[in-house]
Design a protein around this ligand. Structure first.
Ligand SMILES: *Cc1c(COP(=O)(O)O)cnc(C)c1O
Length: 391
């Protein structure tokens, strides 16, 4: 192997997570494979999720949707973030459902449908409190009225009505109950203009697992699909999700240093006693967040050791203490961890890296850089979450 770091993706874990969430939610699932499947590879993850029973694929962009079609995937796909002058004709031809949040987008889609001689299938998005995409306030009655008009004329079929939650995993936002009430109101308005959407959906991973009233016909799952507990490293951990990605690297330099040795730029860190420093060939360009400095740990020599000093673009330093380590030793940056978290040891998890960096697991996963080689082990059983030893 010549890659400096490798993200090993257990597709069996993806399949196991589809099973797990299906059992809890009891609805059809949309596997959200935007941003290259949260960095895991959209096409392999999509295949694994569909084979495990997910009925839908979700992406944000035309390019992502068309890439799934180009790979031969014929399952239903929803794409939801577009320029108003996007190439909607290609989405219509590829039989992709188009998420629509504004009237100008809807006009452009209807026009593209007219040109292509085929109705566009759309799913209208209501803004129920996230204040991002979706139509809010008076824009919603406008959007559904226009959609109904186009539907009657035959240019558009309204397949779904949906929205997105702001804080199903935390609190402090508009609240799930408040968003549910706004969503119900929006559904009522859509029905009053004559729309009869087959698909109503609101829940993301956290809501699919823990907010039954949000489940409707379909849950859109991202984080849970990849085996990360949406409630965080300190969350209930009750859902037995299997982490799909293990980020591995290799020790490329080892040196014994005296106390008082400066480490990496700054230096932000100076050794407090004689110790062994180990160099890992991955840094922030590979997705290790600089803001995890002073807190991050990796799995090395059968235990957890701290990353010390500033994380650089291409490399970082681990204090191995008095461990007998050698050039070529394997390192796990994160992977399936242990339920008890950091204090009990085990591999660090994505959720822990997110906590160390003050960010979300989504950002860690999607930040894994292009130099990191993805490797798939299809057909392999899911990596167990507890008591994992480095092979
Ligand atoms: C990313 C995304 C999801 C997946 O969210 P998770 O919290 O990762 O499950 C679902 N729906 C929409 C609209 C999204 O953008």
């Amino acid at each position: 192997m010549s890659a400096l770091a490798e993200a090993e993706v257990a597709l069996a874990a993806v399949a196991a997570n589809v099973d797990t969430v299906t059992a809890v939610a009891g609805t059809d699932l949309m596997a959200v494979v935007k941003a290259d499947g949260f960095g895991h590879g959209a096409v392999p993850v999509a295949r694994a999720a569909l084979a495990a029973g997910a009925g839908w694929l979700g992406v944000t962009s035309t390019a992502e949707a068309l890439a799934l079609r180009a790979a031969g995937l014929t399952a239903p796909v929803l794409s939801w973030l577009h320029r108003p002058d996007d190439d909607f004709g290609r989405l219509i031809a590829a039989d992709v459902d188009i998420g629509v949040s504004t009237v100008p987008h809807l006009h452009a889609i209807a026009e593209a449908a007219g040109r292509s001689g085929r109705p566009a299938t759309v799913q209208l998005k209501a803004d129920t409190g996230l204040s991002r995409n979706g139509a809010a306030g008076h824009d919603w009655p406008d959007l559904v009225s226009w959609a109904r008009k186009y539907e009657v004329e035959g240019g558009v079929r309204v397949h779904g009505v949906w929205s997105h939650l702001a804080d199903a995993e935390t609190s402090g936002g508009p609240g799930v109950d408040r968003q549910l009430a706004v969503f119900e109101e929006a559904l009522g308005i859509a029905r009053r203009v004559g729309l009869r959407p087959d698909l109503v959906h609101l829940a993301n991973s956290a809501a699919a697992l823990a907010a039954p009233a949000t489940r409707y016909d379909l849950c859109r799952i991202g984080l849970a699909l990849y085996g990360v507990d949406p409630f965080g490293a300190a969350g209930p951990g009750a859902y037995r999700l299997s982490a799909a990605m293990t980020l591995r690297s290799t020790v490329v330099n080892v040196k014994r240093v005296p106390a008082g040795t400066g480490v990496s730029y700054g230096p932000d860190h100076v050794t407090g006693r004689p110790t062994t420093l180990v160099l890992l060939p991955l840094g922030y360009a590979d997705g290790l967040p600089r803001t995890a400095e002073g807190r991050a740990e990796v799995w090395l020599g059968g235990t957890r050791r701290p990353v010390v000093g500033r994380i650089a673009m291409d490399q970082c330093v681990v204090d191995a203490g008095d461990l007998p380590v050698a050039v070529g030793d394997p390192v796990v940056v994160f992977g399936p961890g242990s339920d008890a978290g950091a204090t009990a040891g085990g591999w660090p998890t994505v959720a822990e890296w997110a906590a160390w960096a003050g960010t979300s697991p989504h950002e860690i996963l999607t930040g894994i850089g292009a130099r990191v080689v993805r490797r798939y082990r299809p057909g392999e059983p899911a990596i167990p979450r507890v008591g994992v030893a480095l092979p």
